[in-house]
Design a protein around this ligand. Structure first.
Ligand code: ADP
Ligand code: MG
Length: 505
């Protein structure tokens, strides 16, 4: 284990530091269990479906009853390969299953089949944007978190404390469910960065479809390893917060843990390596057990399973069946639509959003405007109403027409928002009909507009004089008056140009 620590130590050389908390640098590494979306278990034919009656889906192999033999599920291996390809990892041509020995009520067979020395997925990197600051200070930084490995293993059963008084029930349905445990280097430097990493990882596994990502059902659970140190000091001792299954709790748990560790150190106490649990009700972390070392598990290669061999050919076959990855799609959006990298990254947060954007952009040939509307007005609406994009009442074809009417100067941006609202609330479905019905057409009659401009100039001698004296802001007041007089139908840019020309002349 000390060797591992030295490796982690060495790998932190030259990494940027994050925001200090009371003079301490925060160091975080993640271990995430992603439940693989196979229909049957990792070494048996029992179903993995969630929610069945307790103990109806655990078969003899899952319980390792004498005389049974585990058989590797090909689908689980292929999902691990897909993950490795998605994050630029090396896929081991030969990896080994090992027994991790420990007894726990939900693991009555006394060992978990996992991978130890040679995991199937090795290395890799997760890249994402971290939003920092608020309002005028808002900024985003590109981050990358390196993966150590991702290995295949089986899940254990579940202890049920709630349904029994003074007793604990054991449900072994989950025993043998395939998991991919994804382990990072200790590369994260704040709770915000940790959450952004977890969100990105969640996006990747659901995008490629190897995990349903359901956090309430435990399909995607994160363990956060947290330590603090004075900048430049060796890595501090970590404590591992287990089973974080919501992004909100993740941030709260890490923030609490960081404050707690700093307080301990400031009070002269050493941090002891431990496994802790977060209690959402109190907002605190509490030690559950002191941490076992690898040596405690007496790992040894599982004699019932041969090495897992993956040929180059198999990898290529899997690669050929994979859909376009978010990263690749984002690069394509930059290349083909000329979008800024940030837009491309945001739009590829989900397949459905990306598809919506692309359909809109193609239909109106205005990619940047399509991106602005999808990331702006549309996302805002989806968020406030808490619905997915599939349920959005405004369809890409309608948004494309709407954008077309802004570009051809039929309506202003403000008017376009009113049309969008009408479409959204089902107040009509035809963009042009709504524009007509609401009388939102911009004034294209320059003669009429000029008349309004002249009237406003004549009636506002004070503003005119101020503008002529060099106060540019006085122009805004005039523009405002003209817009009002035109009942919002004048084109603000046209008004601006006309005013400047007249006042200069
Ligand atoms: P184990 O398998 O016993 O849990 P590992 O040594 O493989 O432990 O590390 C597990 C996780 O802990 C990794 O994600 C790693 O990045 C992280 N980690 C290791 N050292 C530290 C540290 N000092 N502070 C924070 N995280 C750490
Ligand atoms: Mg661990």
């Amino acid at each position: 284990m000390s060797e591992t620590m030295n490796t982690f130590e060495a790998q932190q050389q030259g990494r940027p530091t994050g925001p200090l908390v009371q003079g301490y640098e925060v160091i975080i590494g993640f271990e995430t269990h992603a439940q693989l979306s196979t229909a049957s278990k990792i070494f048996s034919r029992a179903s993995t479906a969630f929610g069945a009656e307790p103990n109806t889906q655990a078969c003899a192999v899952d319980l390792a009853l004498p005389g049974t033999l585990p058989v590797m599920n090909k689908g689980a291996v292929e999902r691990a390969i897909e993950f490795g390809l998605a994050v630029n990892s090396h896929i081991a041509e030969r990896s080994i299953f090992a027994r991790k020995n420990y007894f726990y009520p939900d693991l009555p067979k006394g060992y978990q089949i996992s991978q130890f020395e040679i995991p199937v997925v090795q290395g890799g990197v997760i890249e994402f944007f971290l939003e920092t600051g608020k309002g005028a200070d808002a900024a985003r930084e590109k981050k990358s978190v390196r993966l150590v490995r991702a290995h295949l293993e089986e899940d254990a059963g579940k202890s049920l404390h709630e349904d029994f008084i003074g007793q604990t029930g054991i449900d072994l349905n989950r025993a043998g469910t395939p998991l991919l445990e994804i382990v990072t280097e200790p590369d994260m430097r704040s709770s915000a960065e940790a959450v952004a990493y977890a969100r990105e990882l969640h996006k990747i596994v659901t995008w490629i479809g190897i995990c349903d990502g359901n956090m309430q059902e435990g399909s995607f659970r994160c363990d956060a390893n947290v330590s603090v140190r004075k900048p430049g000091a060796p890595l501090g001792t970590r404590r591992e917060i287990k089973n974080l299954n919501s992004f909100k709790f993740m941030q709260q748990a890490i923030d609490y843990e960081v404050r707690w560790q700093i307080e301990q150190i400031e009070d002269g106490h050493a941090i002891e390596q431990a496994t802790v649990l977060f209690n959402p009700d109190t907002g605190e972390t509490r030690a559950m057990r002191t941490k076992e070392d690898a040596a405690d598990y007496r790992y040894f290669p599982d004699p019932d399973l041969p090495p897992l061999c993956i040929s180059e050919q198999w990898i290529e076959q899997v690669r050929g069946l994979m859909a376009e990855l978010p990263r690749v799609m984002a690069e394509r959006f930059v290349r083909d639509y000329g979008l800024p990298e940030y837009d491309a990254t945001q739009l590829t947060q989900s397949k459905a959003i990306a598809a919506y954007f692309e359909e809109t952009a193609k239909a109106c040939s205005q990619a940047k405007l399509a991106s602005n509307w999808v990331m702006g007005e549309l996302s805002r609406r989806l968020n406030t109403e808490d619905i997915g994009i599939a349920a959005a009442p405004v369809k890409p074809a309608q948004l494309a027409t709407l954008i077309g009417r802004i570009v051809d100067n039929t309506i202003s941006n403000n008017a376009a928002k009113q049309v969008f609202d009408a479409l959204w609330s089902g107040d009509g479905s035809d963009v042009d009909a709504i524009i007509d019905a609401k009388g939102l057409k911009q004034m294209n009659d320059t003669g009429a507009l000029e008349a309004i401009v002249d009237t406003v100039i004549a009636a506002n001698a004070k503003n005119v004089a101020e503008f002529k004296a060099g106060n540019d802001k006085a122009l805004n007041a005039l523009v405002g008056q003209i817009m009002k007089a035109s009942q919002g139908k004048a084109n603000p840019q046209q008004v601006n140009d006309l005013l400047r020309r007249k006042l200069a002349g």
